[in-house]
Write a protein that binds this ligand. Structure first.
Ligand code: PLP
Length: 402
């Protein structure tokens, strides 16, 4: 039995058609031709034994679905046009008018926006919970709760939440959990082992790796859950393009190596920034003192006695810093503007380093108490440039604060 990461390269799955070449083919189609009426009537779009219509799958999309399912240790995978569409697919399949969904305070922002927009309009309520405090989640569960979102680490503020504990609380109460595991890249930890029922990924990030494709995936182990998600997916008409699927298929074999490179570079730069007097706080789950570091170590910590690139655990290429509050937001903006290699832009997981300043207090629910971070927060996504060049870029930009 091979490791999932080996399966990305040597995969047992073969598409039903007789195409044969070393690289995945790009099969583009809306119409699929049937040999006769009997075959047309007999074929079931829900099963991968054959093809019915481009929206329901081609050899290219089936192949990517199987590889992502393997990567995450799942049984089924559904591809959607973006990571946010994966979140929406889950919500729309599982929630009905009168239901409630719980979302962590540090979740990817548009997940909360969806709840506050469409879901609210459809009579579905939501509550924001404190994911660092399992008893807060416990207290908010009610018979109305039909879905709980999990995310580790939290978007932007990077707290690594006690995932297995949160998932166990929901399981005990019979509530379905969905994990946004984009940060893990399917590598740093396994979402199902952590207790989630559904795992979503924005393939836009590390699996694509090029910053040029938008796509999402919904992975499950349970057949009935998969069917519910797939029916919603079919009714929404959320197909993905074969060229985009092929671009991700090309990138997957290098995913583990790229992920480790992003991680190693980010840790070097985070350590350097942490020692600077301009920075009051480093938010990187692999660093002692960062919120939830112990939970990261428990889930992603690797083998401290081992050797090799993953011995120190895996942690992606993202981190945030809080500037000392002697610096105004305008000064921190000046720092960001002065960076040359780190570009100002959203998203992460591509070869180019990115930076975004955030007003973190405005992103947190006031009901959960005051925001623990004073000062302006800046999030870095470390790309694949030479680390020393990136360090010099940071140093020169910090000099602008003098
Ligand atoms: C944690 C997380 N989940 C989901 C998404 C959404 O991905 P996409 O941009 O493909 O919609 C993002 C995008 O930044 C993200 O950071």
């Amino acid at each position: 039995m091979s490791e999932p990461i080996t399966d990305l390269i040597h995969h047992a799955y073969t598409p039903p058609a007789g195409f044969n070449a070393p690289q995945p083919g790009v099969f583009k189609a809306s119409t699929v031709i049937f040999p006769n009426v009997a075959a047309m009537r007999a074929r079931d779009w829900k099963h991968k034994a054959g093809y019915t219509y481009g929206l329901h799958g081609t050899p290219t999309t089936f192949m990517l679905e199987e590889r992502i399912a393997s990567l995450e240790g799942g049984k089924h995978c559904i591809l959607v046009p973006s990571g946010l569409a994966a979140i929406a697919n889950v919500a729309m399949a599982l929630l009905r008018s009168g239901d409630e969904v719980l979302i962590p305070d540090n979740a990817y922002g548009p997940n909360k926006a969806l709840a506050d927009g469409e879901l609210k309009n459809w009579g579905i309520t939501h509550q924001i919970y404190d994911p660092m405090n399992p008893s807060d989640l416990q207290a908010r569960l009610s018979p109305k709760t039909k879905l709980v979102w999990l995310e580790a680490p939290g978007s932007v503020s990077m707290e690594f939440v006690p995932l297995p504990q949160l998932a166990a609380i929901c399981r005990e109460r019979g509530v379905t959990t969905a994990l946004d595991s984009t940060w893990s890249g399917g590598l740093a930890f396994n979402g199902f082992d952590a207790g989630a029922d559904i795992v979503v990924h924005a393939l836009t990030k590390y699996p694509s790796g090029g910053g040029d494709v938008l796509m999402g995936a919904v992975v499950t182990r349970d057949d009935a859950m998969h069917l519910a998600l797939k029916l919603t997916h079919m009714r929404l008409g959320w197909g993905v393009g074969a060229n985009d699927a092929e671009a991700i298929l090309r990138s997957l074999p290098s995913l583990p190596i790229r992920y480790q490179a992003h991680d190693a570079a980010a840790r070097q730069l985070a350590a350097w920034l942490q020692a600077r007097s301009e920075i009051s706080r480093l938010l990187h789950p692999a660093f002692e003192g960062s919120p939830g570091h112990q939970h990261w170590r428990a889930l992603c910590g690797g083998n401290a006695q081992g050797s090799g690139p993953t011995a120190g655990g895996l942690a992606a290429g993202l981190f945030s810093v809080v500037f000392d509050n002697r610096f105004s937001t305008t000064q921190v903006d000046t720092f960001c503007d002065a960076l040359k290699l780190f570009k100002l832009g959203y998203s992460w997981g591509g070869p180019i380093s990115l930076v975004v300043p955030y007003d973190i207090a405005s992103m947190r629910s006031a009901r959960l108490g005051p925001c623990p971070y004073e000062g302006t927060l800046v999030r870095f996504s470390v790309g694949l440039e030479a680390v020393e060049d990136l360090r010099v870029d940071l140093e020169k930009a910090l000099e602008k604060l003098r």
